[in-house]
Design a protein around this ligand. Structure first.
Ligand code: PBG
Length: 303
């Protein structure tokens, strides 16, 4: 197959974003398309001194890329799906969800092998309220301190001794060849991932049938159904990254199992959990499962 014209991928310029964009570029080139990258810096990359939840949330990483799509400077944008807001602005659509990398969170530390091994009162770096409430549930004694920046920046701050350990998505570390930094992975039972974690999503302008057709072979249906259920939980709960909310779905024996957790970031207390599952065959059924589990989570007291 030969493409009529070149496909331009808008991408952030962090090492992980470039890896992801190049990954999609390779896959498209293997299918005969000519592909070029358009690198740009987003507000989310520039603001490193405040928690994302305080400065505008997930959209910060996406907006400049969408402007490039809108102005026709680019045809597609590759995102870590967990950074993509639940509702895209009018005129944009998620054209494709790709096969998921490891969705779990990773424990990274120069001195300690796992969260259980940390001494009393150890300092753990994370700015994710989802990770904060789950760390508190595991180890109420830990001192949790803010940590922002791209993966390399976060690892550098750990290595400089600002923290005893940090928690990062395993997927990003593996993609950058940093898997050896992982001392332990958190099983979902102890640290439930965020909606979309480990999955890549490709955004296009709505109605670009030519681009959608080029991307169709890159889609992974099982991942797409799982993240659709997860993202519906976030959407139904009011979904921003300032919410201490986890949602993780996976197929097992033909059934999609969806687990969620919510914790009160202001008042330490028990995590609230809700789960559900079903034989899910299409996106509509995945979204319905997400809605059902979200209403259970709200009934359990999550806000
Ligand atoms: N919020 C930042 C972010 N967005 C995507 C990833 C990498 C993992 C992924 O693709 O889900 C990370 C790093 C992290 O959370 O440790």
């Amino acid at each position: 197959m030969t493409a009529a014209r070149k496909l331009v991928i808008a991408t952030r310029e962090s090492r992980l974003a470039l890896w992801q964009a190049n990954h999609v570029k390779d896959l498209l080139e293997q299918r005969g398309h000519a592909v070029e990258l358009l690198g740009m810096t987003t507000r989310g990359d520039q603001i490193l001194d405040r928690a994302l939840s305080k400065v505008g949330g997930k959209g910060l990483f996406v907006k400049e890329l969408e402007t490039a799509l809108e102005e026709g400077r680019a045809d597609l944008a590759v995102h870590s799906l967990k950074d993509v807001p639940m509702e895209l602005p009018p005129g944009f659509e998620l054209a494709c969800v790709m096969e998921r990398e490891d969705p779990r969170d990773a424990f990274v530390s120069p001195h300690f092998a796992s969260v259980q091994d940390l001494p009393q009162g150890a300092r753990v770096g994370t700015s994710s309220l989802r990770r904060v409430v789950q760390l508190r549930a595991l180890r109420p004694d830990l001192v949790i301190e803010p940590l922002r920046g791209n993966l390399d920046t976060r690892l550098r701050k750990l290595d400089e001794g600002q923290y005893d350990a940090i928690v990062l998505a395993a997927a990003g570390l593996k993609r950058l060849g940093l898997a050896e930094r992982i001392r332990a992975v958190f099983e979902p039972e102890s640290m439930l991932p965020s909606a979309g974690q480990g999955a890549l999503g490709i955004e296009i302008r709505a109605g670009r049938a030519d681009v959608a057709a080029a991307l169709a072979p890159l889609a992974h249906q099982a991942t797409w159904l799982a993240v659709a259920a997860e993202r519906e939980v976030s959407r139904a709960m009011g979904g921003s990254c300032s919410m201490p909310l986890a949602a993780h779905a996976r197929f097992d024996g033909g059934m999609l199992h969806l687990a969620t957790a919510w914790g009160d970031a202001e008042q330490p207390g028990p995590l609230l959990r809700a789960a559900g599952g079903g034989t899910i065959a299409d996106l509509g059924e995945a979204v319905a499962l997400g809605a059902e589990v979200a209403s259970r989570l709200r009934a359990a007291g999550a806000r």
